[in-house]
Write a protein of this length. Structure first.
Length: 116
């Protein structure tokens, strides 16, 4: 099973390398479109390889998706935390009630009564 995972990782890495080699052309990245540069004081532009733009877009999409999913599941996490607190409270109450039930009894007899 470990070898299958290593082969899968190697194939994925090879695919990423091939995509990067096929998209080596340099492209300009501008913050503001050229038509709007007369309205802005700054017009930053950088030249980067196309594969950096592709991989950067994929990475930005993954990060935004993870953040979106984390926000979406906030209600479920709150409900799970509330349920865990309730279970802790109920366990403490059970322990307290068992101690009250067996108060003043011999320890061995108390253990035998819990088995019923």
């Amino acid at each position: 099973m470990r070898y299958i995972r290593y082969v899968s990782i190697a194939i994925f890495a090879l695919a990423l390398i091939l995509i990067a080699l096929a998209n080596r052309v340099w492209v300009p990245i501008r913050l503001v479109p050229p038509e709007l540069t007369s309205f802005t004081a700054l017009s930053p532009a950088h030249e980067v390889p196309l594969f950096v733009v592709i991989f950067g877009g994929i990475l930005a999409g993954l990060i935004l998706g993870f953040i979106w999913e984390w926000i979406r599941e906030a209600g479920e996490r709150a409900a799970a935390a509330k349920q865990a607190r309730e279970m802790t409270r109920l366990r403490a109450e059970i322990k307290r009630l068992k101690a009250q039930k067996h108060e003043g009894k011999d320890d061995v007899l108390a253990l035998l009564d819990d088995g019923r």
